[in-house]
Write a protein that binds this ligand. Structure first.
Ligand code: NAD
Length: 435
């Protein structure tokens, strides 16, 4: 949430509705599974959609009114769970789609949650800490009627962080009159957060990458990887892959890219970008060629000859326009929705193994689940126990998805969706319709 002096970033283009895309994917899987029309009709709708206005007195004294959303897609497998993003481009359409995606993500790794998502239309890079705190507290207060540790549990997402979660937890707790750490996850450890949460998503991406490589007979020490995005997910995925011997030959961020066919020293890069007083970007790192043109650098990364391509930045990165150029054997989706349906078809036609987002990046919500369990029990685990449990769940889920893919003779994305939708549909049938 800090403003950097870095050069201008690549603009985000969003040519179509994310919600329409999510529904189209659901329709395709439902048809394949012969899902009954009543269940499909229920899953095609969000259970609750709350739109709130958030009046905030800004530092210069004027009042600004922001729009916020909280959407709960489906609670049939348990309380709903999902992040809150602060971004000028947030729309209700996007929040609904991401809530549905969370339902599938929780189901595919077997967590007892449904999916939710939240967002506030604001630009935190242009706001002071005080303004961000006031937006957070009023937003939390407005949506508190549908929040609660047994109802709906937010977490950080784009432009929100442990401090924002601390303010959300405090606001909710002050409203009910006692401390409720389990109402949000991704909190600082000092107030009920979990060890291992910051690394969890990148760790899960690395775990499934190595499992996918093994299935293709690729040995980590003889494999190369290209990582798009060096934020929370990309940097942790790069570190964990590097630790297992995978050579990281290309890394990009929103401002440029680094390339070194002999391998990039990931620990040194992490220190340079994200260490105390770090640059915040890849720029200035010695030990690889730097391309300062983000569009050219990303095009070069996506078409690089690395064995493994790991998009960990934004949605819509692999499209009909660039998928043909991909040379990797494995694509692992660290980001949510980095591959358009058109690119998906092209990559599958080239026999590329795609490990889908709802499986690959589920490590974040899995450790959020561990955090919630620890908060409810007021009993905290050490980091090795958390990492062991996370690895176990990720490997089991990867193999569950591979088994469905073998049985149904389909790709891993379709298999993950079949597994997730069948679990939610089963819960829905068992619970029936109230009243
Ligand atoms: P982040 O903000 O920490 O990092 C994003 C990185 O992507 C930054 O390095 C940024 O410079 C780079 N980037 C932005 N635009 C780019 C572009 N056009 N080309 C190349 N790089 C670009 O975000 P994050 O938390 O790492 O999340 C990344 C993705 O992973 C998002 O899609 C997010 O929804 C998803 N995700 C995150 C988590 C989590 O626990 N953080 C969990 C599940 C999914």
């Amino acid at each position: 949430m800090t403003t950097t002096n870095a050069p201008s970033a690549v603009p985000v283009s969003r040519p179509f509705s994310l919600w329409d895309m999510a529904c189209r994917q659901l329709d395709a899987v439902a048809a394949r599974m012969q899902l009954d029309p009543g269940t499909l009709a229920r899953l095609r709708q969000c259970q609750r959609t709350l739109v709130v206005s958030i009046p905030v007195r800004m530092d210069d004294g004027h009042v600004e009114v922001f729009e916020g959303y909280r959407v709960q897609h489906n609670s049939e497998r348990g309380p709903t769970k999902g992040g809150v993003r602060y971004h000028p481009g947030v729309t209700l359409d996007e929040v609904k789609a991401l809530a549905m995606l969370m339902t599938w993500k929780c189901a595919v790794v077997g967590l007892p949650y449904g999916g939710a998502k939240g967002g506030v239309v604001c630009d935190p890079t242009r706001m002071s800490m005080g303004e961000i705190e006031r937006v957070t507290r009023r937003y939390t207060s407005e949506i508190s009627i549908i929040l609660g540790p047994n109802k709906d549990i937010p977490a950080p997402d784009v432009n929100t962080n442990p401090q924002v979660m601390a303010w959300m937890m405090d606001t909710y707790s002050m409203t009910v009159g006692y401390s409720v750490p389990g109402v949000v996850t991704g909190k600082p450890v000092e107030i009920g957060g979990s060890l291992g949460r910051l690394d969890a998503t990148g760790r899960s991406v690395a775990t499934v990458t190595l499992a996918a490589a093994e299935r293709l007979g690729l040995h980590p020490a003889q494999s190369t990887a290209a990582i798009q995005g060096f934020g929370n997910v990309g940097s942790a995925a790069a570190r964990h892959l590097h630790a297992k011997g995978v050579k990281i030959v290309a890394v990009t961020d929103a401002y440029g890219g680094l390339f070194n066919p002999r391998g990039i020293d990931v620990a040194a890069l992490h220190e340079h970008v994200r260490g105390p007083g770090g640059a915040g970007t890849l720029q200035g790192f010695q030990g690889a060629d730097y391309d300062p043109d983000p569009v050219a650098a990303n095009a070069r990364l996506l078409a690089s000859d690395a064995d493994i391509l790991v998009p960990c930045a934004l949605e819509n990165q692999l499209t009909a326009a660039n998928a043909e150029a991909v040379r990797a054997k494995i694509v692992v989706e660290g980001a949510n929705g980095p591959t358009t349906p058109e690119a998906d078809a092209i990559l599958l036609g080239k026999d590329v193994t795609i490990v889908p987002d709802i499986l690959a990046n589920a490590g974040g919500v899995t450790v959020s689940y561990f955090e919630w369990v620890q908060d409810l029990q007021a009993n905290f685990w050490d980091e090795s126990e958390i990492n062991r449990s996370l690895d176990r769940i990720m490997l089991r889920s990867f193999h569950d998805v591979c088994d469905v893919a073998a049985r149904e003779r389909c790709d891993l994305r379709t298999a993950a969706q079949i597994l997730a939708v069948s679990r939610v549909a089963k819960a829905s049938r068992l619970r029936g319709i109230y009243p």
